[in-house]
Design a protein around this ligand. Structure first.
Ligand code: SF4
Length: 512
């Protein structure tokens, strides 16, 4: 492999056109009763090199990655004529990156984008200053950066950098990378990025852009996904393969754990800036985060979820009349459970896809209707039936309880919960929004206590070995060298989350 000198010229006199933050997202108060009880994926990243109107392709890619973050999105493009241009907005991609008046601000053959749900930085109320990609001017040229993941030593780095004079513009952990790059003595942006990333700990899949290059990097364990695609002469970097499909691009391969790929007009180059380690990809991507039409490690996410359901049927059989998914994330596992058990599959719960986008003002009375506004029980199918209800996970348990109640109200004879992941007992510190440990139902209760709390006829979770089998490891989990990160199930963190421990995130007391 060969390193190449960065030849970007300074771009300090080119305009950056951050848009005003007038487009606030529509309130999603109706979706909260459900979404608050799910782990939330953090971010999606996307980059395109070598095609006119690259930003339009990035907007489409981000739209396909919208499930990875709905609070805000941003695109930075670069053209020879106008240099770097940035638009960052709060809200959905489709509401912000479709109008010609916006897309015309983003000319050029290079563009990167980011869709965000905050895991570090401002919580809940995303501030525009935290919306990525972030942009910085260095002596050798400009650089935009978008980050999926979470740095576990960000507080320490931030304190050190501020002590030495760095002035932070955002509350995002990603900005540490920019300040570390600014302090590097290397001559090129990729080399400065390597220096900076050797100092950070945690999970990162990063897409960066200079005036002539896009760069994709994964942390040494490859916790978060990143793939490389091709469309004609253009190269694409994306969090997931579903966002290659939307623009008709082909999957070339995954960016490997610990790999940095640099795309220029001459093609791609690959570097290994970190000590080689065995990958520990996030197991929850298969269970819930990734879209079912994506492919990870050669395995379709849909197929993995279907197999999880089949494993669950073998591990936790039950006499029942129907298998129903909790839509939408429980659907492939419910199909697998039905196929393996021979119990008929049915859509016993119908999800209203549009409930979050309503013109009705949220009164307390309507809020109290909670889960019914989002999920409607298909009474004609459920009445008098013994139902196996398949969901992807139990986090706080509040939604599971409500769903059981509405199933019984609709006349179900029995409700048996089957969960397509092991009990979620530990928080994630690698770029997924998880409550503190004290808020996780499985951290506070045994399986039998959860069964009583939820008030269901039976409750079973897939085993960790079963989950590994379904995700392509027939021998189950290798206990001495696990193939995935499974810390939220096992408590075995592949990167020690020292700062989170110090903040008390692992404590079980309510005050933690
Ligand atoms: S802790 Fe869980 S959610 Fe977080 S990276 Fe590991 S497996 Fe994924």
């Amino acid at each position: 492999m060969r390193d190449v000198p960065e030849t970007d010229s300074p771009d300090t006199d080119w305009p950056e056109t951050d848009s005003p933050d007038t487009d606030w997202p529509e309130t999603d108060w109706l979706t909260n009763p459900l979404d608050d009880d799910k782990l939330r994926e953090e971010c999606g990243v996307y980059g395109v090199h070598g095609i006119e109107d690259a930003a339009t392709y990035v907007a489409l890619g981000l739209h396909a990655l919208q499930h990875r973050g709905q609070e805000a999105a941003g695109i930075v493009s670069c053209s020879r004529k106008s240099g770097f241009n940035t638009v960052r907005r709060l809200g959905y991609v489709r509401d912000n990156f479709t109008k010609p008046s916006v897309m015309d601000q983003l000319p050029g053959r290079l563009a990167i984008g980011h869709t965000r749900y905050s895991t570090a930085g401002s919580k809940g109320e995303t501030a525009l200053r935290d919306v990525q990609p972030l942009y910085a001017d260095f002596a050798m040229g400009g650089c935009a950066i978008g980050h999926n993941g979470n740095l576990t030593n960000a507080d320490q780095l931030r304190d050190q950098l501020i002590e030495r004079g760095s002035i932070f513009q955002s509350s995002s952990d990603t900005e540490c990378i920019i300040h570390l790059m600014a302090r590097s003595i290397q001559k090129t942006i990729p080399d400065r990025m390597k220096d900076a990333l050797r100092l950070v700990e945690g999970a990162f899949s990063i897409i960066a852009m200079t005036r002539s290059k896009i760069i994709g990097v994964r942390d040494p364990l490859g916790v978060r996904p990143l793939v490389l695609g091709r469309k004609g002469d253009a190269w694409i970097l994306s969090s997931e393969t579903c966002a290659l499909d939307i623009i008709g691009a082909e999957l070339v391969r995954e960016v490997e754990p610990g790999e940095m790929i640099i795309v220029t007009d001459d093609g791609i180059e690959s570097f290994r800036p970190f000590e080689q380690k065995r990958g520990r990809f996030c197991l929850f991507e298969y269970v819930y985060f990734s879209r079912p039409d994506s492919v990870i490690g050669g395995l379709s996410v849909y197929e993995a979820r279907r197999r999880i359901g089949a494993e669950l049927a073998r591990e936790a059989p039950v006499d029942a009349d129907l298998v129903c998914p909790v839509p939408d994330s429980g659907t492939p596992a419910a199909i697998g459970y039905s196929q393996a058990s021979g119990i008929p599959y049915a859509m016993g719960i119908i999800k209203n896809q549009y409930v979050g986008r309503t013109f009705i003002e949220p009164t307390d009375h309507i809020r109290d209707m909670g889960v019914r506004l989002k999920l409607n029980i298909n009474r004609a199918i459920i009445e008098g039936k013994r139902v196996v209800l398949v969901d992807d996970s139990v986090v706080r348990g509040t939604t599971s309880r409500k769903i059981k109640d509405v199933m019984l109200d609709a006349g179900a004879a029995e409700v048996h919960f089957r969960i397509a992941s092991p009990p979620t007992q530990w928080p994630c510190f690698y770029g997924v929004d998880t409550p503190n440990r004290s808020k996780l139902l499985a951290a506070r209760m045994t399986e039998s206590e959860m069964h009583d709390y939820l008030g269901v006829d039976s409750l079973r979770f897939i085993s960790l070995d079963g989950l590994y089998r379904a995700c392509g490891h027939p021998a189950g989990r290798n206990r001495s060298e696990p193939e995935f990160c499974d810390a939220c199930f096992s408590g075995e963190y592949p990167i020690e989350p020292m700062e989170a421990r110090a903040r008390g995130c692992m404590k079980l007391s309510e005050n933690a």
